[in-house]
Design a protein. Structure first.
Length: 302
């Protein structure tokens, strides 16, 4: 093994010693190197050693099997503006928004295991009981805030991308997930679909309904090789409506997840909820500083 492989192997074994289940990610990437990664994530040192002897795999940490929820606090991308509500509070990053939410809840964030990401953001690790039933979220807490739980993974410290490394910032033992965070992240009763549930239309305009329907149809009809860009374009178009307050982010995610579920699985690697969420988040972030606000349409008359 070369030096890089040895360093990654040591990092993976150290994580496994914490009873955190790890999985190989493609070298220099955030993508899993194996299918069914959550089922194959392991704490077995022999399996980990055999795996990392083959290549300089980055390290993924499967949150569900590890009993963790990880809060991903992002930095805004270049030129990205936060929604007006958060700007008026003088907040500029996911970490600042999370701190503000904690203060509002009257329960400051406890010290916890923290990883610095190459983009300048932070991963905050929290312990959670397996019975909590928490899943991944994107934007549920607020802009620039995502979470990974059962069904999700994070890139673990020691991993390296072209833009930089994931570095351990605070090796404090993970704190228990604060009660207000657990409440905010607890999913509403559903049919068991891992994709987000769609909020009832209520007073949603006919224009927005048509936009959701049209973008969903484009995504569902996308040909192999065009599916990712079609999903991104749809997320961008609908994200402008989200930024303008015409529709909520959970509805957009639900519509696009459902559209993606209609695609034939012709990729070498089938679409996962994780990959779909990543593309949707990218489109929503790009759209965040380009809000489209709808004028009064005379009570949605055609």
């Amino acid at each position: 093994m070369n030096t890089r492989q040895t360093q990654l192997l040591r990092s993976a074994l150290h994580l496994a010693e914490q009873r955190w289940a790890v999985l190989p990610l493609l070298p220099g990437s955030k993508r899993p190197a194996v299918r069914q990664w959550e089922q194959r994530a392991t704490t077995d040192p022999d399996r980990i050693t055999r795996c990392w002897q083959h290549a300089a795999y980055n390290i993924g940490l499967a949150c569900g099997p590890s009993g963790l929820v990880v809060v991903d606090c992002d930095e805004p991308e270049h030129g990205q503006a936060l929604p007006d509500h958060w700007q008026t509070l003088g907040l500029r990053s996911g970490a600042e928004i999370l701190t503000r939410l904690a203060r509002r809840a009257g329960e400051p964030l406890p010290p916890t295991y923290t990883v610095a990401t190459p983009s300048g953001g932070w991963h905050l690790y929290f312990l959670v009981p397996a019975a909590a039933g928490l899943r991944n979220t994107a934007g549920t807490l607020g802009p620039l805030l995502d979470t990974r739980a059962a069904g999700g993974y994070v890139v673990a410290p020691g991993s390296v991308l072209d833009q930089g490394a994931y570095e351990l910032y605070d090796d404090t033992d993970p704190a228990r997930l604060p009660g207000w965070l657990a409440q905010a992240l607890t999913p509403k009763p559903s049919t068991g679909d891992s994709a987000p549930s769609e909020i009832a239309p209520m007073h949603r305009s006919a224009y927005v309904e048509a936009a959701l329907r049209n973008e969903a149809e484009r995504v569902a009809a996308a040909q192999p090789g065009k599916q990712n860009i079609t999903l991104f374009t749809a997320s961008l178009a609908l994200g402008r409506l989200v930024a303008g307050g015409a529709v909520d982010v959970d509805t957009v995610r639900a519509v696009l997840h459902r559209a993606m579920s209609r695609l034939p699985q012709t990729k070498p690697e089938p679409w996962t909820a994780e990959a779909i969420d990543a593309t949707i988040r990218s489109g929503l972030r790009t759209a965040a500083n380009r809000p489209r606000r709808l004028t009064d349409r005379k009570k949605d008359a055609a």
